[in-house]
Design a protein around this ligand. Structure first.
Ligand code: 3PG
Length: 215
């Protein structure tokens, strides 16, 4: 199995990829432990804060049970920094072909984003089988994904943006959806305020929705 196939398989198994915004790297380990204990053992650590690379490094070095990658990656330089820190995958809110090609050349799994047929065409032509659909709610949610999937047969989507415990099951029930991304179980403010019990409960709730939808 290729590195991309095994990555896609892992993402599908997770069902939800928590999107994490960490202001302080010291919060990375307790947060990773919450995600592992709660049953969603992956994290898209966004390159939006100064603590991102160090947070990924802490998760990679000290939390072997979590698949930690980088999100909000806009440039090749960020992708390199993320991978140097130990990121297992690269996610972007759109796509930049230099970043996509760097990831493919270096066998780094990547899920770039697209919302239009033209964007999905570019990503399919680059050899990718999964597109992040972001921001999902604002771009028509499940209805738009269904329309895209009817044309891009076999291509799959990872909706992110406006996904929550109320609509997760509906998204996951669609075979074109490999997994969903989102912050709802680990909102930046909850992390800042160290509300770990609350994040654990929300993570468990999301994991349970994944289990019951995919059973
Ligand atoms: C992201 O960071 O990818 C999005 O802001 C996630 O959207 P959400 O906060 O609606 O889950």
């Amino acid at each position: 199995m290729s590195y991309m196939d095994s990555f896609y398989e892992n993402v599908e198994k997770m069902g939800v990829v928590p999107v994490v915004v960490l202001d302080k790297a010291e919060d990375a380990k307790p947060l990773a432990e919450v995600l592992v204990e709660g049953g969603l053992p992956s994290a898209e650590v966004t390159f939006r804060t100064d603590a991102a690379a160090e947070s990924i490094k802490i998760m990679a070095d000290e939390c072997p049970d979590i698949m930690a990658g980088a999100g909000t990656v806009l440039t090749v330089e960020q992708a390199k920094r993320a991978v140097d820190a130990g990121a297992k995958f690269i996610v972007s809110p759109g796509y930049n072909m230099d970043v996509v090609e760097w990831c493919l050349d270096n066998k780094v799994p990547t899920i770039p984003a697209g919302v239009t047929p033209t964007e999905v065409t570019a990503l399919v032509n680059a050899g990718l089988e999964v597109t992040k659909f972001f921001p999902a709610a604002q771009y028509g949610g499940l209805a738009t994904i269904k329309a895209l999937a009817s044309v891009f047969v076999g291509h799959r989507f990872m909706p992110t943006g406006g996904v929550n415990a109320q609509n997760l099951a509906a998204y996951l029930a669609d075979p074109a959806i490999i997994a969903c991304g989102g912050t709802w179980m680990v909102k930046p403010q909850m992390i800042r305020e160290h509300r770990f019990d609350e994040m654990l409960a929300l993570t468990k709730e999301a994991a349970e929705i994944v289990r019951s939808t995919r059973a």
